[in-house]
Ligand binder design. Structure first.
Ligand SMILES: [Zn+2]
Ligand SMILES: [Zn+2]
Length: 278
């Protein structure tokens, strides 16, 4: 299983040369399975780069799985060239929340007054499905999810490549300090069962020192993330959802701190390909 990071900026894009190293595009990742399966995680502005990677492969079906529908996880749909190409077929899958589901969120954005071209006019085949309690399969990739604390709701996912026995947990937009006992149990079980995931990709919007000032904003701090990974037995951690004002200097300094706490931790960089091995 391989993983491409189109973008992992949080909340809104960051623009300018001060953001070159870690990238300014918001969350969108591409997971490719060992049989060429294609699974996109979230559709932030980083989906432009993801679409660039997809365009190098044979046109066909792509599953786009949403953690939730905040704009920083959705805005990359508007200018995605593959949606305007009839050789491509998109299955949008995501959780239902009291305020909306995958169909209402995507069709609401891809229509007036937000966007001039309606999703109905786009040439690609588009379908919608609610993420079911039992999870989904994309070829040999198996995906299960659990709800995590975030305003309006959010779902974290565990993706396993059945062929290679490799696994990754994708947990963006989660405020760990707001968790209930049930949240903790379900998330830690997902991280560690049937065995600890090989990689944890997680919301690291804040540093420990900032967390009290931003309580209730829906995000976690790096130090808590590393403690979670340690408790779950996950050896590698990729920290993301970088604050929009955190420039390369700030993030490099944060990474240096993080590396002192965990040798398996890195901050996510847009444009990076990672190989996940079991
Ligand atoms: Zn977000
Ligand atoms: Zn959010």
């Amino acid at each position: 299983m391989r993983l491409f990071i189109g973008g992992m900026r949080g909340s809104q894009p960051a623009i300018g040369s001060r953001f070159d190293e870690f990238g300014g595009d918001t969350t969108s990742l591409l997971v490719t399975g060992s049989h060429g399966e294609r699974l996109v995680l979230d559709a932030g502005t980083g989906m432009r780069a993801v679409a660039g990677q997809l365009a190098r492969t044979e046109p066909g079906e792509v599953t786009v799985l949403f953690s939730h529908y905040h704009l920083d996880h959705l805005a990359g749909l508007t200018m995605n060239p593959l949606l305007y190409n009839k050789q491509w077929s998109f299955k949008f899958v995501g959780p239902a929340f009291p305020d909306g589901n995958v169909c209402s969120a995507v069709t609401g954005l891809l229509a007036q007054p937000y966007w001039p071209v309606s999703w109905k006019q786009m040439s690609a085949r588009i379908e919608f499905a609610e993420f079911p309690a039992e999870g989904i399969r994309v070829g040999s990739l198996r995906v299960r999810g659990c709800r995590v604390p975030h305003p309006g709701g959010c779902v974290a996912y565990r993706i396993e490549d059945g062929t290679r026995d490799a696994s990754v947990v994708f947990a963006t937009d989660m405020e760990w300090r707001q968790r209930t006992d049930d949240d903790e149990k379900s998330f830690m079980t997902m991280c560690s069962t049937p065995r600890p995931a090989d990689l944890l990709i997680i919301d690291a919007h804040f540093a420990e020192a900032e967390k009290d000032a931003f309580a209730g904003w829906g995000h976690s701090c790096r130090e808590d993330d590393l403690a979670m990974a340690r408790a779950a037995g996950i050896p590698r951690v990729l920290l993301g959802h970088h604050a929009p004002n955190a420039d390369d200097r700030t993030l490099l300094a944060a990474e240096e701190q993080v590396r002192k706490l965990s040798s398996g931790a890195l901050l996510a960089r847009a444009g990076q390909w990672l190989t996940i091995c079991g």
